[in-house]
Structure formats: structure tokens, C-alpha cells
Write a protein that binds this ligand. Structure first.
Ligand code: PEP
Length: 249
């Protein structure tokens, strides 16, 4: 049984004041009695706001997490944040391998797999992101690229540990561009990824990310292999995030 999930990725946005408002609205409209039934909703916030998020969302139906994690459990790694630290703040999820980290921080698929392993060891659920660039899509390389990115995780973690992960297909050309994959394009890649997951594919949620908004969420989430979404820009406004979450129910 695959869980339906909608996870907000706040990226490097927020302030204590703004978060208090947004988290309060999320708790009220998505985390209480009127929450979307059958969907796990979460927000992945910048590290400094984890304590604030924990305080605001504890006791609601909402989960929270971070956007990156160290591959190491502790030690002399200045500036890094370890998975057990995230767990201390009640985090359930951590995004690993977001295309922005792969592109601008030189993260390889091997490092992403090591981060996923560190997250799992601390009891967190890694959200492993894969996705192709526009150039790769246009040259027919989509399956080679996303399959290659996922294969490193499969080899590193094995299918049993992989079954405890979430996978997010995020075409790079659709992230923050306003240009989403069509439901059919998303479905084709999700079905491919699920085949790659083997028996873990029966339980792993495969989320779609890339310019999901209220106007396109229902059509994307209606695809048989799309188990929900990883949401960037639309997660920063409750007026957008709430209908996106409800579209998954
Ligand atoms: C993301 O950054 O994970 C993302 C999907 O962004 P957006 O929804 O803004 O395209």
C-alpha cells in the first residue's frame, strides 16, 4: 500500500514572523479535524526554523522535516547538520538530492545515497529527488538520467531500506519555471521509476515536483503512479498549498 503525500519545500524562504502565520494556517486548515483525509501533509523548512515548526505543528496531523542532511552522523564537519539532530526536533522527513543541491553544491548520486542512508539510520524518511534537465529530456535521455540517479540509491541502500524512502521525480525544467510536466509525461516517468524500484515499488510513494499549483494538481495526482507532490512555490501560501493538498485526497 503506497501512502499519498504532499510535502512542501520552503527552500530558503521564511522569517520567524512569516512562518508563525503560515504554520498556524497550515495547522488550522490542514492539520486538524478538517484535514484532507488519507494524505500525509508535511513541510520541509530551513534548519533554523525546525524548533519553531516543531512547536507550531506538534499535536497536529502535520509532519515536518529539513531540506538537506549530512552523510555523517557527527564529527568535524563545519556547517553540516546531522540526521540525529533533525530527529531531535521531531523531523520525519529530509529531502536529499534536490536538483538545486546537485547543480549548485556539486552533489553526486553517491553522496545523495549516503545522505539517504544517514537519514534512515536516524529514523528519518529521506525524500530522494531525481530529475532530468531540458537538454537531457530533448535528447531522449530522461530514463537514462533518472534511472541512473535512482540506481545508485538502490545499490547503496538495497531494496529493503529503499522501501522506507520516498522518491520525488522533479524534472529540472519544471522547477520554479511555471512549466509543469503534463500528467502523461509525469506518469510515464513515475511508471518507469516504479519498475526500477522492483518489489519496493509496491510501498514507496513516488511524488511529482515541478510547478504544481492548484490549477494542475488534481490532474497530476490522478495519474496512477503519482502518489502526491513535492511542492515549492505553492507551499509558501496557504491559499495555494491547501487546495494542492486537498487535490491529493
Ligand atoms: C521544488 O523546489 O522542489 C519544487 C518543486 O519547486 P516548484 O514547485 O516551485 O517548482
Amino acid at each position: 500500500m503506497r501512502a499519498k503525500r504532499v510535502v512542501g519545500n520552503w527552500k530558503m524562504h521564511g522569517s520567524l514572523g512569516r512562518n508563525a502565520e503560515l504554520l498556524g494556517e497550515c495547522a488550522r486548515r490542514l492539520g486538524g479535524q478538517d484535514r484532507p483525509v488519507g494524505v500525509e501533509v508535511a513541510v520541509c523548512v530551513p534548519f533554523p526554523y525546525l524548533a519553531q515548526t516543531q512547536a507550531a505543528l506538534a499535536g497536529t496531523a502535520l509532519a515536518w522535516g529539513a531540506q538537506d542532511v549530512s552523510a555523517h552522523a557527527q564529527g568535524a564537519y563545519t556547517g553540516e547538520v546531522a540526521a540525529p539532530m533533525l530527529a531531535e526536533f521531531g523531523a520525519r522527513y529530509v529531502i536529499v538530492g534536490h536538483s538545486e543541491r546537485r547543480a549548485w553544491h556539486g552533489e553526486t548520486s553517491a553522496l545523495v545515497a549516503a545522505k539517504a542512508a544517514a537519514a534512515l539510520a536516524a529514523g528519518l524518511t529521506p525524500i530522494v529527488c531525481v530529475g532530468e534537465s531540458l537538454e537531457e529530456r530533448e535528447s531522449g535521455m530522461t530514463e537514462t538520467v533518472v534511472g541512473g540517479q535512482l540506481s545508485v540509491c538502490i545499490e547503496t541502500l538495497g531494496l529493503d531500506l529503499l522501501a522506507r524512502c520516498v522518491v520525488a521525480y522533479e524534472p529540472v525544467w519544471a522547477i520554479g519555471t511555471g512549466r509543469n510536466a503534463t500528467p502523461e509525461q509525469a506518469q510515464a516517468v513515475h511508471a518507469f521509476l516504479r519498475r526500477r524500484l522492483g518489489k519496493a515499488g509496491d510501498v514507496v510513494s513516488v511524488l511529482y515536483g515541478g510547478s504544481v499549483k492548484p490549477s494542475n494538481a488534481a490532474a497530476l495526482f490522478a495519474m496512477p503512479d503519482v502518489d502526491g507532490g513535492l511542492i515549492g512555490g505553492a507551499a509558501l501560501s496557504i491559499e495555494d498549498f491547501e487546495p494542492v493538498c486537498r487535490a491529493c485526497a
